[in-house]
Design a protein around this ligand. Structure first.
Ligand code: BDR
Ligand code: CA
Length: 316
């Protein structure tokens, strides 16, 4: 049984990551930490609270995180993010707001405490900007020796989705991502290389709607919005990318992907700012601290994804 912390900018695929972990018999979701990207951090917290409740898990604590990049004063949601995830982050679908409040403890403190207490039993899964993790490593550098991270973000063998070289989560805070990549922390990067090989269509969301449950209907509506956005922005794919739930799945079962062991960096200067690439200064280091997923067992992931989420949506 793995303990999982999801660090989310709760948009649509983040919502699927929540459902994947809650539907997994081999996982315990011990907390959700909030970040920004698809939505403002505060909207992400509200979405996480509402969705965990919709899915029948009001016990999951939600912690407030950083609201903007380390080197910036503020953050505004891009038009592209608002188009892909909807203005409220969940496709404009109305989900009953939670009466619970987020915890008082900041995300960074929750992460540091949990990592030291749980060690190898914990996997931290950031699926937005890496600002919370970089801030935690600044506050407690010893974290890098005990934390295991499986993150969604970056692109090594394919172009980015913000521009030709940058993926959205990395683009929000390239400095934070670079600090994390160079920190020596055990990080598995689940980027566009593999997440765009795992796609969902309306055939699958139709199965959720047919359940006739509140959660099944809501998730079908939310993901149909996302599939519609993908049909406009990337029609050649034929579905929507299951970015964040794939990272969650890899945290529970690393054999779903094939990885390249490599020391990575993020370009923070110049024309390629936001590019995730091998660090030439550590090319000859015998120790490789990162793994980058370059291939995925699509069929096995998709069947686990549908089995776990459909069961959860049927019961909620
Ligand atoms: C990533 O960016 C966000 O929009 C998604 O939730 C996902 O984590 C994909 O590039
Ligand atoms: Ca995300």
């Amino acid at each position: 049984m793995k303990k999982i912390i999801l660090d989310l900018d709760t948009g649509i695929d983040d919502a699927l990551a929540i459902a994947y972990v809650l539907g997994s018999p081999d996982a315990e979701l011990i907390g959700i930490t909030g970040t920004y990207g698809n939505v403002l951090m505060e909207q992400g917290l509200a979405n996480s609270l509402a969705l965990t409740e919709l899915l029948g898990h009001p016990e999951v604590p939600v912690f407030p995180g950083k609201t903007h990049a380390l080197a910036q004063d503020g953050f505004a949601v891009s038009e592209a993010s608002a188009f892909i995830h909807g203005r409220n982050g969940i496709g404009g679908v109305e989900v009953p707001a939670s009466r619970r409040a987020a915890e008082k403890t900041p995300a960074v403190d929750f992460l540091i405490e949990a990592a030291h207490r749980l060690g190898d039993d914990l996997v931290y899964v950031p699926t937005g900007a890496l600002t919370n993790l970089a801030a935690a490593l600044r506050k407690d550098p010893s974290l890098s020796a005990c934390l295991h991270v499986v993150m969604m973000g970056g692109a090594l063998t394919v172009p980015g989705n913000v521009n030709a070289w940058t993926e959205a989560n990395i683009s929000q805070d390239p400095e934070a991502a670079d600090e994390v990549f160079r920190s020596g922390t055990d990080v598995t990067m689940v980027g566009l290389d593999v997440t765009l090989q795992t796609l969902l269509t309306k055939q699958e969301t139709g199965q959720w709607r047919a359940l006739g449950t509140k959660a099944g209907n809501a998730y079908a509506d939310i993901v149909d919005y996302y599939i519609g956005a993908y049909a406009k922005t990337a029609p050649y794919l034929g579905g929507c990318g299951l970015h964040d739930p794939l990272a969650a799945a890899v945290a529970l079962d690393p054999t779903l992907v094939t990885c390249l062991a490599i020391n990575m960096k993020v370009d923070t200067e110049g024309a390629t700012r936001g590019r995730t690439i091998g660090d030439e200064t550590r090319l000859n280091d015998a120790k490789k601290t990162m793994k980058v997923a370059v291939a995925v067992d699509t069929e096995r992931f998709l069947s686990q994804f549908m089995e776990r989420i459909t069961k959860l949506l049927a019961a909620a």
